[in-house]
Design a protein around this ligand. Structure first.
Ligand SMILES: NC(=O)c1ccc[n+]([C@@H]2O[C@H](COP(=O)([O-])OP(=O)(O)OC[C@H]3O[C@@H](n4cnc5c(N)ncnc54)[C@H](OP(=O)(O)O)[C@@H]3O)[C@@H](O)[C@H]2O)c1
Length: 261
């Protein structure tokens, strides 16, 4: 077993998670890469210039978190960094959404993130080092009509991360929320929002750029990291935008054709 510091990354099989794995590996960390698609994880692990093990799991399954917890507890070296990146979206009116997708978003974006943070943070605090990088979203800065549950889960992640940032201040443990606007990944196709105006009008950033900004901000101890100027402007002004203006604009931007199922 390596004596390199160890980072755990959920949702590492594609997009921002895979790009974060490359960033963190380049900084000399060993990695544990987690997602459902074993072939993608294996290919990424083989391509990285570090020791990388994979754990294949659907983190919306309660048993998966128990199994992962057991593996993490048995590691010879406790993880130094946790990156809670795995996430799932869903576009469309709440009333048209499937019950399964609503609950899967909450289980993955919120439940798994809280559970893994709770498992690993105490060890970090006792060592006085390491930290947690949570991938939230600019969508968490306001309510998200036509993406109601997704935006609410990301508002949770921002609030939760801010609270942990404060609790960990002065301990040597870092906690950051990465809050990107649109990013070029598989996310929009899976969420069914590739046809939404928000996706067509706002120029997405690359996953590599978002990951580099997120990892840099985390190392610098930033509470929140918002990559890209337009997203930073949006984040900085969100608190002063009246809901009477904000909600109809967000509703129009995120409108997608009605789903058949
Ligand atoms: N793309 C954007 O515009 C954007 C903007 C702001 C924030 N974000 C956030 O960024 C994070 C990464 O998303 P992305 O854009 O990189 O999209 P992505 O390419 O679709 O990546 C999502 C990752 O989560 C994993 N995942 C999904 N469901 C899972 C499950 N049930 N169990 C375990 N892993 C699961 C996926 O792997 P498997 O399918 O192999 O399981 C994949 O590795 C998410 O939290 C997302 O909310 C994205």
């Amino acid at each position: 077993m390596t004596d390199k510091p160890l980072a755990i990354i959920t949702g590492a099989s594609s997009g921002i998670g895979a790009a974060l794995a490359a960033e963190i590996a380049a900084d000399g960390y060993a990695l544990m890469l987690i997602a459902r698609r074993a072939d993608r994880l294996r290919a990424l692990a083989d391509s990285l210039p570090t020791d990388a093990q994979i754990f294949t799991a659907d983190l919306t399954e309660p048993g998966a978190l128990d199994a992962l917890s057991a593996i993490l507890a048995s590691l010879p070296r406790p993880p130094d960094v946790l990156v809670n990146n795995a996430g799932l979206g869903q576009g469309g009116a709440f009333a048209d959404a499937s019950r399964e997708r609503n609950l899967a978003m909450i289980d993955l974006n919120v439940r798994a993130l809280v559970d893994l943070s709770h498992l690993l943070l105490p060890q970090m605090l006792s060592r006085g080092s390491g930290g947690i990088l949570n991938v939230a979203s600019l969508a968490g800065y306001q309510a998200g009509p036509n993406a109601a549950v997704y935006a609410a889960t990301k508002a949770f992640v921002i609030s939760f991360s801010d609270a942990l940032y404060s609790e960990c201040a002065g301990t040597g443990v870092k906690v950051s929320a990465l809050c990107p606007g649109p990013v070029e990944t598989e996310f929009f196709d899976i969420a069914g929002t590739a046809s939404a105006a928000s996706h067509r009008l706002l120029r997405p950033l690359t996953a590599e750029r978002v990951a580099a900004a997120g990892w840099r901000g985390f190392k610098r101890g930033r509470r929140r990291v918002v990559p890209g100027l337009s997203a930073q402007l949006r984040a900085a002004t969100s608190w002063m935008t009246p809901a009477a203006l904000e909600l109809p604009v967000m509703k129009a931007l995120q409108k997608v054709p009605k789903r058949e199922d």
